[in-house]
Design a binder for this molecule. Structure first.
Ligand code: ADP
Length: 491
């Protein structure tokens, strides 16, 4: 039997290009599928920085596509650190530019994003139909987020098409464009209906993925439920609801080769669940690095993430006065909206011995925070999966999270019953009121200070949780089977 062929399409993949969790998934899942003996090709745009990192790539074929005058080259390389074959869509006018995949130097969306990602989608669809002379016809195309949302729509009408899976990593990003963009993209006119990619007189890329794929999933079971409600559905909730059992949730795995305190080259003191007391040397290093008073008994609460409303930064700011009544230190790393960056920076200036903030992206500091903090704060308003709370579990840095999306599926609150059953792994609160966040942090700090043995026990439980890709990849294989059945049995 020949191996199942999977074309995996994404607009970012770690370690080549990353703006968020999507890159972590696209950098790990294809390799995990490969180790389950699937034949996987990963497709990415050939961004300038990607080509620079690879130091070139081998030309495979050339495509003539609407939306660009120049021929589009497909280049082949390998995703660094894996044996996954990488296919890059090389269209200089669209992707050969400096900076972020989605934002220009002015921090605004690139004005031609619709055209850029429509071209990416067309290239994917062409390869998916084996129309590029490569003699490789996938059984299934796995698309991710709005940047690949037109692929299932473009494939839908074809008699001999592969099965399609669309994964929603964050429904807040939909690829919405003014209605007149539709004509400029030269898409099949039949797609412009309320059952197609028109969405209240706008062009919606993500709707192409949701409406035309054989199956749709999101990155946690809880978020799959939430996006079917008006509160989290952005008006797409009726469509999502109508999918029934064609919509599901699969938790992201994490790469424990990179996030393992026993073998993390980016932290000064490795440790594990059995020599947990060694963890404190990382705290001392973190305090020194962030210029906070150095003390191994001081509880340290960490935060890493994009500084956007989704992540509940405003809740943290509002809860700070109550939190600072206790002796605790905060270490925060992130970048994002100017006002939130300023809010955190001001808080640090007012409490330099209690709050340390670094604005920016810093992989090394992220590891040191995971290893050095005692608790990790994630008060997200919504969170499709979330990765940092999962890293925190493995580092015994007890997560304090809001009960939403993937946070609800990965962290178990500490209470009498969960302590008795050895299932407690962190601290969970429900409300979006700042007081709820403050109360829960204080509950955690109290446990840390007064019951070190219980704390160690919870950390022990946390460090033994397994959210590896192997488990999630197997669930994706089951989802792929469902998509293939769906395609076969379609009316
Ligand atoms: P999202 O995809 O919404 O940004 P996730 O928790 O799913 O959130 O993934 C975020 C990823 O990006 C994690 O791997 C996290 O460690 C990383 N990250 C986010 N901000 C920073 C930062 N400022 N420095 C280093 N890593 C960061």
């Amino acid at each position: 039997m020949t191996a199942q062929k999977i074309l995996f399409a994404s607009s970012e993949a770690f370690p080549l290009i990353k703006t968020g969790g999507l890159a972590d998934v696209s950098g790990s899942l294809p390799a995990a599928l490969k180790s389950l003996r699937r034949d996987v090709r990963l497709m990415l745009p050939a961004y300038r920085s990607v080509l620079q990192q690879l130091g070139g790539a081998r030309p495979l074929t050339t495509l003539e596509l609407p939306g660009t005058l120049a021929p589009v080259r497909i280049l082949e390389s390998q995703l660094p650190g894996t044996s996954v074959r990488l296919w890059l869509v090389d269209a200089a006018e669209h992707f050969d530019r400096d900076g972020n995949p989605y934002l220009g130097p002015d921090h605004q969306d690139w004005p031609d994003n619709a055209g850029r990602f429509a071209l990416f989608c067309r290239a994917i669809a062409t390869l998916a139909l084996d129309q590029a002379g490569l003699n490789w016809r996938p059984d299934l195309v796995h698309c991710n987020d709005w940047q690949t949302g037109l692929v299932p729509a473009l494939l839908a009408g074809h008699e001999h098409r592969p099965a399609t899976v669309f994964t929603i990593h964050n429904l807040a990003y939909q690829g919405l464009f003014p209605a007149d963009t539709f004509a400029t993209l030269q898409l099949p006119p039949a797609l412009w209906t309320m059952h197609g990619i028109e969405f209240y007189n706008q062009l919606s890329f993500i709707k192409g993925g949701i409406a035309f794929s054989d199956v749709v999933n999101t990155v946690s079971p809880q978020y799959a439920l939430e996006i079917c409600t008006p509160e989290f559905g952005y008006g797409l909730d009726p469509l999502l609801q109508s999918l029934g059992d064609r919509l599901s949730g699969i938790l992201n795995g994490v790469d424990y080769a990179q996030w393992n305190p026993a073998r993390d080259p980016l932290i000064p003191q490795p440790y594990n669940a059995y020599n947990f007391e060694q963890k404190k040397f990382n705290k001392l290093a973190l305090q020194r690095r962030m210029r906070l008073p150095v003390s191994d008994t001081m509880p340290v609460i960490g935060f890493i993430g994009r500084l956007v409303e989704q992540k509940g930064i405003d809740l943290i700011l509002a809860a700070l006065p109550a939190l600072l009544k206790e002796d605790v230190q905060f270490v925060m790393l992130g970048s994002g909206h100017g006002l939130l960056e300023q809010g955190l920076t001001h808080a640090m200036e007012h409490h330099p011995d209690r709050i340390a903030v670094q604005i920016g992206y810093d992989e090394e500091l992220a590891h040191l925070i995971e290893a050095g903090a005692d608790m990790f704060l994630m008060p997200s308003r919504f969170e499709p999966c979330g990765l940092n709370q999962i890293y925190s579990l493995r580092y015994g840095t007890l997560p304090i999270v809001r009960h939403t999306g993937g946070l609800a599926n990965t962290v178990t609150d500490t209470g009498e019953a969960t302590l008795a059953s050895n299932t407690a792994t962190g601290f969970v609160f429900h409300s979006t009121r700042p007081q709820a966040l403050a109360d829960t942090c204080l509950r955690a700090v109290e446990l840390y200070r007064t019951q070190p043995k219980v704390w160690r026990k919870v950390a022990f439980n946390a460090m033994h949780q397994d959210f590896s890709w192997r488990r999630s990849a197997r669930l994706y294989l089951t989802l792929y089977q469902q998509a293939e059945r769906q395609l076969k049995n379609r009316p």
